[in-house]
Design a protein around this ligand. Structure first.
Ligand code: CMC
Length: 429
């Protein structure tokens, strides 16, 4: 608590509000006592100026284009670390020693299989279900299968739930994919690393030998690493709000997955690729850019812009490089869709509208291109985001429920509806 304060004058009343100084980022005015002292609420739909919690996990400086996990810059983590090590860092706060990492990887690997009865659960979905719909359902259903890790007041159960979620999400996402294309489920292989195992579960079939390409596994791991956490975004805030009621971890993560699905959030990677397909050829790009700039048209370029980054998204910088490597490896640089992507990026970056509004390609722009080149259908893009973000959600969930001062989240409102009136009998309406 700092000794700084802000003074708010409402009519003839003056209210003193404490100001907290974070370790990084702008000061925060504490309004928790405002209603009690001033009989007013604050109004901030979309949380554009509101900190909903305190956290030690991730920090973003949107102006500088900086993203830190527990203080470590994302570009260093993407280059020098790997996804499971970043999971450890997010969950426990420090980089692991070699023994700690080995132990953690063994614990995660030990939980990669799902309960065999869950296979039947998948088969209840329509074959053409979107894999995100399947993911929301199956992750929510984990609380029906893993009763021994749903007691949020038990440290050990919280830990097992976290490990289970990180370990099983790739298996569940791959199963959702296999089911949607009518292929048999592929069991995890614990001799492979996390990313390589996911590729194996998605792309191998019993009839053929499948070798995971290490460059593709590295690119997959990078996508996971870059999506691992992102501070208090919509889905993370959804997880925190759900968890504030004491809901079990699987229910909370299912809520996060449901929120992530939206095209303004994790669904943007799918929407971006669909947009590129709709544009179709390079010569049509100016028409779509004109639509995105037209005030009377709600059309937006998907994969551009960000609420927090008003400079290049640091994750996009890393993925842009990864995209070039993957496209070269797969020999698909001349794919028409990818050519549209490259040209769109160039034209938008040189357009004054995008420059003035600080709209840069975001992480979803490049991840979509890489995943398309790897052979994933667009419907799998958001499930891949979800499986990577699970560690961020569960870390934020653990942080929140460990707080002894946790209160149920209960926003207030600016009511603009009818005032009190008497019920009118139907014959008099
Ligand atoms: N194309 C064209 N114009 C845009 C775009 C875009 N993609 N994004 C924002 N703008 C304009 C917007 O019309 C507004 O103009 P004006 O000031 O004239 O009204 C201005 O830029 C500010 O936009 P905003 O909607 O107030 O900004 P926001 O912070 O509420 O929205 C956003 C952020 C990410 C939802 C938005 O940029 C967007 O819809 N982008 C496309 C979807 C997308 O790529 N989402 C992925 C985000 S990154 C990954 C994730 O978080 O999941």
């Amino acid at each position: 608590m700092s000794d700084k304060s802000a003074r708010l004058i409402i009519g003839n009343k003056e209210i003193e509000l404490p100001i907290h100084t974070p370790t990084a980022g702008p000061d925060v005015i504490d309004i928790t006592k405002l209603y009690a002292q001033g009989d007013v609420f604050t109004y901030d739909p979309g949380f554009t100026s509101t900190a909903a919690c305190d956290s030690t996990i991730t920090f973003i400086d949107g102006i500088k284009g900086e993203l830190l996990h527990r203080g470590y810059p994302i570009d260093q983590l993407a280059e020098k670390s790997h996804f499971l090590e970043v999971c450890y860092l997010l969950l426990y706060g420090e980089l692991p020693s070699a023994t700690e990492l080995e132990d953690f990887e063994a614990r995660v690997t030990n939980h990669t299989m799902v309960h065999e009865q869950m296979h039947n659960f998948f088969r209840g979905f329509r074959r053409d279900a979107h894999p995100m719909a399947t993911l929301v359902g199956v992750v929510g259903a984990m609380s029906a299968f893993y009763h021994d890790s749903t007691d949020i007041n038990d440290d050990w159960q919280r830990e097992v739930a976290a490990i289970r979620l990180i370990a099983k999400l790739p298996t569940i996402a791959a199963m959702a994919y296999k089911y949607s294309v009518g292929q048999p489920f592929v069991y995890p292989r614990n001799d492979l690393d996390y990313a390589a195992n996911f590729l194996h579960m998605c792309f191998s079939v019993p009839a053929e030998k499948y070798e995971v390409d290490p460059i593709l596994a590295r690119a997959m791991d990078r996508i996971f690493t870059l999506h691992a956490d992102h501070e208090q975004n919509a889905s993370t805030s959804t997880v925190r709000l759900a968890s504030s009621s004491g809901a079990n971890p699987f229910a909370c993560i299912a809520a996060g997955i449901a929120c992530l699905w939206g095209p303004a959030h994790g669904g943007a990677n799918q929407a971006c690729l669909e947009m590129l397909k709709e544009i179709g050829t390079v010569d049509r790009i100016p028409e779509f850019i004109a639509r995105a700039k037209d005030k009377n048209d709600s059309y937006r370029l998907m994969g551009f812009g960000h609420r927090v980054y008003k400079n290049f998204d640091p994750r996009a910088t890393v993925l842009k490089q990864s995209a070039d490597e993957v496209l070269e490896l797969l020999g698909v640089e001349n794919n028409p869709l990818l050519q549209v992507a490259k040209e769109l990026e160039k034209q938008a970056l040189n357009d004054p509208y995008f420059a003035e509004k600080k709209l840069f390609p975001n992480v979803d722009f490049y991840s979509g291109i890489i995943l398309e080149a790897m052979g994933f259908p667009t419907s799998m893009f958001t499930p891949i985001f979800a499986l990577a973000r699970t560690v961020g959600w569960i870390s934020q969930w653990k942080e929140q429920i460990s707080d002894p001062n946790l209160k149920i989240g209960r926003p207030r409102q600016l009511y603009t509806g009818a005032t009190k009136r008497d019920y009118t009998d139907i014959e008099n309406r």
